[in-house]
Design a protein around this ligand. Structure first.
Ligand SMILES: NC(=O)c1ccc[n+]([C@@H]2O[C@H](COP(=O)([O-])OP(=O)(O)OC[C@H]3O[C@@H](n4cnc5c(N)ncnc54)[C@H](O)[C@@H]3O)[C@@H](O)[C@H]2O)c1
Length: 253
């Protein structure tokens, strides 16, 4: 799909992979709206990109509906939606304190899986009313899973379940939204250098990098943005989850 002046929404766009996506989309000519909880950082990125910041909790139906309305008012109906908002707290099924509190599990599912669906449903409804291009295409939705959807490590039960759900939704959504000319794809990143990762010590970062077959370094948000750009451009990419992981297959721990 073309980018020029197409309204794009990027959740989690204030930081990391979402910021990388927002920058790539803006560079290609899209009108970017960043949906995030981090106001200061989100506004700064949006300003740099000549875009819009809207405070939004993706896990909340009303917050997301209001954010879509605010972005539509300024940019028009969304043609590109990228789900990058997410959280990754660690926790074992049975930890030192006993069984994982059910609310801890539910929270991760609510943000990562329900949040991605929340944006998908609202984006698809807007996209379906856009004018189709010559290929019959009206919109592109991209979600972010993780390779933990396939190789969850000890301590990642909630995170893996949430990302597995994102992977499983992808083909179903592509099939259902095909008649509206909307493509749906997911990126499953390996290990990227983002604020989520920067919280780990240099030692941990180095040991993570050493597990990567090639290249032996953490990915950069711009490299994630490159794939977002390609998914939007290539009309044949649909219903797919693409690993972006330097051939990494994570060990149990
Ligand atoms: N960094 C990695 O190595 C890596 C690997 C695999 C998957 N991922 C996934 O990529 C996505 C982005 O991760 P990142 O590394 O850029 O993290 P990050 O922490 O840098 O960015 C995440 C952004 O999401 C926002 N956010 C969190 N909860 C939100 C909510 N309820 N509503 C709106 N915004 C919310 C945060 O404010 C933040 O700006 C996440 O879904 C993460 O699980 C990251």
């Amino acid at each position: 799909m073309e980018f020029k002046d197409v309204p794009a929404i990027v959740t989690g766009g204030a930081s990391g992979l979402g910021e990388g996506s927002a920058r790539a989309l803006a560079a290609a000519g899209a009108k970017v709206a960043i949906f995030d909880l981090q106001e200061e950082r989100g506004r700064k990125v949006a300003e740099e990109l000549g875009g819009l910041f809207v405070r939004c909790d993706v896990a909340d139906a009303y917050s997301a509906e209001a954010a879509f309305a605010a972005a539509r008012e300024v940019h028009g109906p969304c043609g590109i939606a990228v789900n990058c908002a997410g959280i990754a707290p660690a926790g074992k099924i049975v930890g030192k304190e006993g069984p994982m509190p059910l609310d801890d599990f539910s929270r991760v599912i609510q943000v990562n899986l329900v949040g991605s669906f929340n944006i998908m449903r609202l984006a698809a409804a807007e996209m379906a009313n856009r004018e189709a291009n010559g290929d019959g295409e009206r919109g592109v939705i991209i979600s972010t899973a993780s390779i933990a959807a396939y190789e969850g490590q000890v301590g990642q039960v909630a995170y893996s379940a949430s990302k597995g759900g994102v992977v499983s939704m992808t083909l179903q959504a592509a099939r259902e939204l095909a008649r509206s000319g909307i493509r749906v794809n997911t990126i499953a990143p390996g290990i990227f250098m983002t604020p989520m990762m920067a919280g780990f010590s240099q030692e941990v970062q180095d040991s993570l990098a050493a597990t990567l077959p090639f290249p032996k370094r953490l990915g950069q948000p711009e490299e994630f943005g490159l794939l977002v750009d390609q998914i939007v451009r290539n009309p044949l990419l649909n219903g797919e989850t693409i690993r972006l992981d330097c051939a990494l297959r994570m060990a149990p721990k």
